[in-house]
Design a protein around this ligand. Structure first.
Ligand code: NAD
Ligand code: UFG
Length: 352
């Protein structure tokens, strides 16, 4: 199939591009490089020996988007483009709502104009909110989010679900005489904590500024770009007192997208699917595993809890297995090994 990846130069998009190309699919990318660099795409091409049609554009720019989609006419769109920093979203909520919602609306409008029907969306486990108890299953009611970023994911899920329902009604009303009404296929992927890097060490996570997330912070600490790690709270009701998460290797996640895109192109309707491992690990588990991977213990101190953190978050990963025939195969050893390979080989990231 031909897939178009919005935000495909970013962390998860670039790894998914590798997995899609290696599975024999064609890939085109739209990215405005707000949080990424063209070098990531060049490296994906190097890893795979295959070409990517790259478009530098804002997905919310409908005229440009229409031109690109008309040229590509993809079998499936994977919509990664978005702003994703939780803390920043609290400071700049309007920018987050504008970018994340506008890109999704623009895509839906132009898809309808062109009769494109298949879209996979990057959602987040954050939509389970604070009140559900893990393991999270897809049929749990969505919870209250703790920040504007989370609400944008919550709302984008709703927008896509509503658009799909309307498209199904329109298609049913128009019958099978092919008068143009086309039913959408929507796959909402709820990621848990994507971490690690491609096994080659050529692509990986390269956050701009000081990382907010645990694993890129530890990686930068290990190459001397940060001074020490603060563990946010050791008084949670967990075995070692630190929060537990479902850390998923980004290449497992990428391979999950290949299956999701293939599923999306072959079905109609809306499916919500967790992409996680189902295995929780604490902050201190990850600190220890990374120290073992890089050959030197990670220096840390215990600090206060971080506002907005949930104590526990992990997936029930059965639906992905059942529906997509996919499950994560890499553990925290591989995660830390590959994150270290990327960071030690590229201490300044892509350096652009
Ligand atoms: P990323 O920032 O590395 O990638 C997002 C990409 O989208 C970047 O390349 C950025 O330049 C691009 N972009 C943003 N707005 C754009 C626009 N208007 N037009 C064109 N390009 C635009 O982030 P990521 O970690 O790869 O995340 C990808 C998606 O997955 C995001 O939607 C994110 O919210 C979601 N997600 C990420 C995580 C995570 O922990 N990394 C967890 C859950 C969900
Ligand atoms: N942590 C630290 N010190 C740090 C950074 C993080 O102790 O310097 C801890 C956090 O308190 C948390 C754990 O490490 O307990 C994981 O934190 P991350 O920031 O890496 O990840 P989160 O689980 O907070 O957030 C991730 C994604 C969000 C998404 C959320 C959904 O980054 O986009 O999962 O649960 F919304």
């Amino acid at each position: 199939m031909k897939a178009l990846l919005t935000g495909g130069a970013g962390y998860i998009g670039s790894h998914t591009a590798v997995a899609m190309l290696e599975a024999g699919h064609e890939v085109a990318v739209i990215d405005n490089y707000y949080n990424s660099s063209a070098e990531a795409i060049r490296r994906v091409e190097k890893i795979t020996g295959k070409n990517i049609n790259m478009y530098e554009a804002d997905v919310a720019d409908k005229d440009k988007l229409r031109d690109i989609l008309k040229t590509e006419m993809p079998d499936c769109i994977i919509h990664f483009a978005g702003l994703k920093a939780v803390g920043e979203s609290v400071e700049k909520p309007v920018e987050y709502y504008r970018n994340n919602i506008d890109t999704t609306l623009a895509l839906l409008e132009v898809m309808k104009e062109l009769g494109l029907t298949n879209i996979v969306f990057s959602s987040s486990a954050t939509v389970y909110g604070e009140d559900n108890v893990p393991p999270f299953t897809e049929d749990m009611p969505k919870g209250r989010c703790t920040n504007p970023y989370g609400w944008t994911k919550w709302m984008q899920e709703q927008i896509l679900t509503d658009a799909q329902l309307a498209s199904a009604s329109a298609a049913a009303a128009s019958g099978t005489d092919g008068d143009g009404a086309a039913e959408l296929s929507v796959v909402l992927l709820r990621y848990f904590n994507p971490v690690g890097a491609h096994e080659s060490g050529m692509i990986g996570e390269d956050p701009k500024g000081i990382p907010n997330n645990l694993m890129p912070y530890i990686s930068q600490l290990a190459v001397g770009r940060r001074d020490h790690l603060t563990v946010f709270g050791d008084d949670y009701d967990t075995p070692d007192g630190t929060c537990r998460r479902d850390y998923i290797h980004v290449m497992d996640l990428a391979e999950g997208h290949v299956k999701a895109a293939e599923y999306c192109a072959a079905h109609k309707g809306t499916e919500v699917i967790n992409l996680g491992t189902g295995e929780p690990y604490s902050v201190l588990d990850m600190v220890k595993a990374f120290g073992e991977a890089c050959g030197s213990p990670v220096r840390y101190e215990i600090g206060p809890r971080r506002a907005g953190d949930v104590q526990d978050s992990w997936a029930d990963a059965d639906k992905a297995k059942r529906l997509l025939g996919w499950e994560a195969s890499r553990g925290i050893r591989e995660i830390c090994r590959d994150a270290w390979k990327w960071q030690s080989g590229n201490p300044e990231g892509y350096g652009e």
